[in-house]
Write a protein that binds this ligand. Sequence first.
Ligand code: F3S
Length: 288
Amino acid sequence: MNVKVAETAGFCFGVQRAVDRVYDLIGSDAAPIYTLGPIIHNEEVVSDLEKKGVAVIGEEDLATLKGGTVVIRSHGVGRKVYDKIKKYGLGYVDVTCPFVLKIHKIVERESAKGVHIVIIGDPDHPEVQGICGWCQGPYTVIRNAEDAEKFTISPGKEVCVVSQTTFNYNKFQELVEILRKKSYDNNVLNILNILNTICNATEERQKEAKAIAGEVDTMLVVGGRHSSNTQKLFEICKKECGNTYFIQTPVDLDSEMFQCSSFVGITAGASTPKKIIEEVQEHVRVKF
Ligand code: F3S
């Protein structure tokens, strides 16, 4: 079987940095160590960390902790969460990705000036919730074309548009176009300051995945079930190659996926460890 693995598959810089930092903390005097939510959307890594004494907690658990260090993961959190950690006298290590921190700074600064913030992204995603938590005034989260069409704002009000770092680039463009059109058609939005804050790692991974999916007979997208960037990769690949499958580990591989296939492409989300990508690749080459 001919196999092509995307060069951009797997951990991005921000996730690698966050995971490395947590492993570095193990055995240090920072213990007990807690991560505020799973450090990455990957069950294997999270359970390995749990075995080494790193517990996953929710914001509601902060009040019950008796000391220790809370790790703020790469998605980042809103300002109130930092306040809570300090209020309960806990230590913290902040591994928010610098690209996410940049968005926090933008929305904090712009909203303080009275600018209405529009965040293009999934309102249920922790990164978006964290970004909302830095807005000092009104903000709107726009997830799809329907939300963009519904969006209205008082004439004369300035609007600053940012994006969730892992949002699909083409969808972002599409939603921005709707907002732009509204501003011309109805004179509803006067000043529209559009900042594409999609992370390069995401954009590059999506572009490469699309190109490979266009060449192969079967495309495999490897990642955690709850990883939104992996789900987006799957959507992109599925459009190019009907024979695209979302798998978590080699265990999910099935010979039916490779019927009439001689060329298989593999990509993986930002939270997929290299080890799993290599195992999938090996399995496909040897077994099918
Ligand atoms: Fe950061 Fe981009 Fe990864 S924002 S966490 S480097 S996908």
